[in-house]
Design a protein around this ligand. Structure first.
Ligand SMILES: [Zn+2]
Length: 484
C-alpha cells in the first residue's frame, strides 16, 4: 500500500516536473533559422588585396556565426558566382562551384553571368553543384514554360519548418550577358513570376518563404509590397555591387552584399512552429575580415590555384610601374593592341567598364591580362560613317584607339573625321548588342564581321611580341595621351 502511494507520488512529481520544464521553456515551439548570404562572388575565391576570399569567409561562419553544418543554417547566394579573375574565368566557373560546394551552399539564384559560357556551360555547373540554381522568372520563348536549367523554388525541411526558397534573375539579362546566349528565353517581371509560383510553393508545403534574387536594391525595395502580400519574409539581392544592406522594410527582411566575397549578410529568424509565423527577424551585414581560413575550403582554392598557375603563369612581359585600370595608358594600350592585330581597321572603341583591374608593376603574366579583361567578349568589325563614329563618342564610358576627340574629331594621324566617309571600326560583340545606349551599332551596321577573337587576346599577343624585360620595360611602349 505504502509502496503504491510512493509510486503514485513519484509519478505525480515527475508529471509536475515535466510540466514545469515545459513552462520554463516557452521557446519550445520556436525554431531558430540562420541565413548566411552572399551575392556576386564573381569567382573571387582567393585571399587577395581585393577580398579575404572564400576560406576566410567560411572561417568566420564557423567561428563567429557558429556554423557547424547544422541544417538550421541556410547558406544562399544571389547569383553571378563566376566570371572574374583568371582562376574563375579560365575554368568557366568550375573552380567557383567547387569552392561553393565545399562551403555547403544550399542554393544560388541564377545571375546574368551564369549564362557567360552559354546555357550548356550553366548545365555543366548545375551538374557539378551540390546545390540547385534557382529562378522563377525565366521562360522559354517557344513554350512559355520555365526551362529545365532553372529550378523555380526548393523546399527545405528545417526541424519541421518547411522553408521555401525562390530564385529570381535580373530582367536585364538579355543585355547584361551575351544576347545570343539567352535569345531563346524571356525574363519576366519579378512580381508576376512570384504571384505565379508562390501559391505552388505553398501548396507543396512551404511555410516560411525566402527569395534569393539577382536583383538590385531599388528593385528589391519596389518589390516589398508584393513580397509582403505573398507572405514572403526575406529577400536577398544581387547584381549591383554597391549596396550592403541588412534591414526590415514593411515587415520583410531585405539583405544584400556588395560583391567578390568581401562581405556577407545574415538574418536570424525565430519562427513559431505552432502559430506558423515569424516571431522575430534580425538582419545584419558583416565584412569578410580577419577570419581564420577554413582548411577544407583552403585546400579546394589551393588546388585551383595550382591549376591556374600551370595554365597562366607564363610571363609575357614586364612593366616598371603599375598600369592603373582607369588611366589613359591602360585604355590606349588595350584598344591600340586591337588595331595592331587588325591593321586594316581605322578606329577601335570599347567601354572602359570592360576593363576590370590594374596591372601591377613587375612581371606580367597571361593571368594578369585575363584578369584585366575577364569577359567572354569578342571583337567585331563594323563599317561606320564619320557621323556615326562621332555619335558613339558621346557615350561617356567609351575609349578610343586610332582617334581623339580633343579639339575636334581627328584620326591619330591628324586627319579630321569626315561625316560622310566610312571608317572600319573595331568593338566588342557585347557592346554591339547594347541597344539601350545613345549609340546604335546594330542599326549603323547590321552585318558586322565577327572575328571570334576574345578581346583580351590582342593585348596578350602585343605584350608578348615586344619581348619586354627589366632592362626594356613595357613602359617604353605605352602612350599616356588622353584622347577625350
Ligand atoms: Zn549580375
Amino acid at each position: 500500500m505504502i509502496r503504491n502511494i510512493l509510486k503514485y507520488l513519484i509519478l505525480l512529481l515527475l508529471i509536475l516536473l515535466f510540466n514545469n520544464c515545459k513552462k520554463n521553456l516557452p521557446d519550445d515551439d520556436n525554431q531558430n533559422i540562420i541565413i548566411l548570404y552572399t551575392n556576386d562572388e564573381h569567382g573571387w575565391i582567393e585571399n587577395s588585396e581585393y577580398t579575404d576570399g572564400a576560406a576566410r569567409m567560411m572561417g568566420l561562419w564557423r567561428e563567429y556565426e557558429g556554423y557547424d553544418g547544422d541544417n538550421r543554417y541556410l547558406i544562399l547566394s544571389g547569383g553571378d558566382n563566376w566570371t572574374g579573375p583568371a582562376i574563375s574565368t579560365w575554368f568557366e566557373g568550375e573552380s567557383t562551384v567547387d569552392v561553393m560546394n565545399a562551403m555547403e551552399y544550399d542554393a544560388s539564384a541564377i545571375g546574368n553571368h551564369e549564362f557567360d559560357f552559354k546555357v550548356d556551360g550553366l548545365y555543366e555547373r548545375i551538374e557539378q553543384a551540390d546545390f540547385p540554381y534557382l529562378s522563377a522568372n525565366i521562360r522559354e520563348k517557344a513554350s512559355g514554360e520555365i526551362p529545365d536549367f532553372a529550378t523555380p523554388y526548393i523546399i527545405k525541411d528545417i526541424d519541421d519548418v518547411m522553408v521555401g526558397i525562390i530564385g529570381l534573375t535580373t530582367i536585364t539579362t538579355p543585355y547584361s550577358t551575351f544576347p545570343d546566349h539567352v535569345v531563346d528565353y524571356d525574363f519576366i517581371d519579378y512580381a508576376t513570376a512570384l504571384e505565379y509560383i508562390v501559391p505552388q510553393a505553398k501548396e507543396d508545403g512551404a511555410e516560411l518563404l525566402i527569395v534569393a534574387g539577382h536583383i538590385c536594391y531599388p528593385e528589391m525595395v519596389a518589390l516589398v509590397p508584393t513580397l509582403h502580400t505573398l507572405g514572403i519574409s526575406v529577400v536577398g539581392g544581387g547584381h549591383c555591387h554597391n549596396d550592403l544592406v541588412g534591414e526590415i522594410v514593411n515587415g520583410v527582411a531585405v539583405i544584400k552584399t556588395t560583391a567578390f566575397m568581401q562581405s556577407y549578410a545574415k538574418v536570424e529568424i525565430t519562427y513559431n512552429k505552432v502559430e506558423k509565423e515569424v516571431v522575430n527577424m534580425e538582419p545584419s551585414v558583416h565584412l569578410n575580415e580577419n577570419g581564420n581560413p577554413d582548411q577544407t575550403v583552403s585546400d579546394v582554392v589551393a588546388y585551383w590555384r595550382t591549376q591556374t598557375d600551370v595554365e597562366l603563369s607564363e610571363v609575357i612581359g614586364y612593366t616598371d610601374s603599375e598600369i592603373i585600370r582607369e588611366s589613359s595608358t591602360m585604355h590606349n594600350m588595350i584598344v591600340d593592341s586591337w588595331l595592331h592585330q587588325y591593321p586594316n581597321a581605322d578606329i577601335a572603341m570599347t567601354n572602359a567598364g570592360g576593363i576590370r583591374q590594374s596591372i601591377p608593376a613587375g612581371d606580367i603574366t597571361k593571368e594578369v591580362i585575363i584578369g584585366v579583361l575577364p569577359f567572354q567578349n569578342f571583337i567585331i568589325e563594323l563599317q561606320l560613317t564619320g557621323a556615326e563614329v562621332i555619335n558613339c563618342t558621346g557615350y561617356a564610358d567609351m575609349i578610343f584607339g586610332g582617334m581623339t576627340t580633343i579639339g575636334g574629331y581627328f584620326l591619330l594621324d591628324g586627319t579630321e573625321i569626315d561625316n560622310n566617309t566610312t571608317y572600319s571600326v573595331l568593338t566588342t560583340d557585347y557592346l554591339y548588342a547594347q541597344n539601350d545606349y545613345r549609340f546604335l551599332f546594330s542599326q549603323y551596321d547590321p552585318n558586322p564581321y565577327y572575328t571570334s577573337m576574345n578581346y583580351h587576346q590582342p593585348t596578350i599577343d602585343w605584350i608578348t611580341s615586344l619581348n619586354t624585360s627589366a632592362g626594356n620595360a613595357l613602359d617604353n611602349y605605352l602612350d599616356d595621351t588622353a584622347r577625350r
